[in-house]
Design a protein. Sequence first.
Length: 145
Amino acid sequence: MTVHSPDHAHQVSAPGPSGSGAGAPRSALRWPAAAATLVVAAAHVPVVPEHLREVPYVGWLFVGLIAACLLCSVALAVQDTVIVWVAAATICLAAVSAYLVSRSVGLPGMPDDVGDWANPLGLISVAGETLVAVLALAALTFRRT
């Protein structure tokens, strides 16, 4: 008896070394995830100078987040391995967590952000970060080996 697994529309096969099409499965979800990580990076760029002046540790965290998102975006586009998906989701979920803390109890040196839930760049960031995490979960759940 032969059992056929369901065909997942978001899976494509990466070309193997010989160009035969055989290789690790790649998820079409990598493209929206890569785009979302670019949005997250771009949303943080305008606030870096202000935070480097007023709360330097937050400014440097933003610089790190921007760099990590750019790296994840490229990595997702080039080869969306399990480690890349996990890294992208972890980075984005950490950023969402920091946003929630900064808006609820506040971060040291940033009491003025408490309660600022409707900040447009913050909402764009959280939407992009959440999207990356959801796409990562979907890609890893349906990944074929």
